[in-house]
Design a protein. Structure first.
Length: 278
């Protein structure tokens, strides 16, 4: 569908839309502000951010460096508080970190002295749960991310992409309802990154977790997401929320299609004066 025919987008100042028409949002961010330092003279990272996310939706957030993308993710995770506004998970207001949220950062932060399997089992050990009862799930997750033959290897024996797969498996170990991903493929080379995009789409289609994915790459956002949230330069506001009406399962070949290029150009038009994010 040509992008001019896509109706489900919004610009700054309009109310945020849910991912599924008529559905109550699974996650709601309402009026989120974040100021680092003194509120009178500090750095305003986010301003009046409203966003609804439906259950099972894949939402990507793009914007220039310093626009508050990662700050927004950390607020959603409960790791840092907002200066103003509220985050709701269903009927519960967020007041701190939740056990039903998994987080994947740009660096997988694996413990070098633990095997792949032991790294995946780290949340079980931290929460002092029964290791034996969770071994089966850990191995299922390694199979899901294509690392079933590497469970006894150590991080130094893995490529960057393989290490990130371990990080994703670890984030899924406690079966979170929500997966927050902060530029998880930003440190990978272009070919590995494309492969990881295909793998992540496969994992998401299999699990249908609710995903918020932060990226600098516009093409990556269009390839992966149901909707792309476009942020302004600091202070970060939502400039537009664009629904990506491309069929699933998406292939790398689709990146050369006119419709895909239309979405990329539409998003990139927001960054004309500050350069493309990718």
């Amino acid at each position: 569908m040509p992008i001019s025919e896509v109706p489900a987008s919004r610009t700054a100042g309009e109310p945020a839309a849910t991912g599924t028409a008529g559905a109550d949002p699974f996650i709601r961010a309402a009026g989120i502000d974040k100021v680092y330092g003194d509120e009178a003279s500090g750095v305003v990272a986010l301003e009046a951010v409203d966003l609804d996310i439906a259950q099972g939706e894949f939402v990507a957030v793009v914007g220039p460096s310093g626009c508050g993308k990662s700050t927004f993710l950390r607020i959603l995770s409960g790791l840092i508080p907002a200066t103003a506004g509220e985050i709701w998970f269903g009927a519960e207001r967020l007041s701190g970190p939740r056990h039903d949220i998994g987080i994947v950062f740009q660096a997988p932060i694996l413990f070098p002295w633990r095997s792949v399997l032991d790294n995946v089992l780290l949340p079980v050990d931290v929460q002092r749960r029964d290791r034996r009862a969770n071994l089966g799930r850990a191995r299922e997750l390694l199979d899901l991310v294509g690392l079933e033959e590497f469970e006894k290897r150590y991080p130094a024996e893995l490529s960057g992409g393989m290490q990130q797969r371990v990080g994703i498996a670890r984030a899924l170990m406690h079966d979170p309802a929500v997966l927050l991903m902060d530029e998880p493929f930003g440190a990978l080379d272009a070919m590995t990154r494309e492969h990881m995009n295909v793998e992540l789409q496969r994992l998401w289609l299999a699990s249908r977790k609710t995903v918020l994915f932060i990226t600098h790459s516009i093409a990556e956002a269009v390839f992966l997401a149901d909707r792309v949230v476009v942020m302004t330069p600091r202070p970060g506001r939502i400039a537009e929320i664009l629904t990506v009406d491309l069929p699933r399962e998406r292939t790398l070949e689709m990146m050369s299609m006119p419709d895909f290029g239309d979405y990329v150009r539409r998003i990139r038009s927001h960054f004309g004066s500050v350069g493309a994010t990718d």
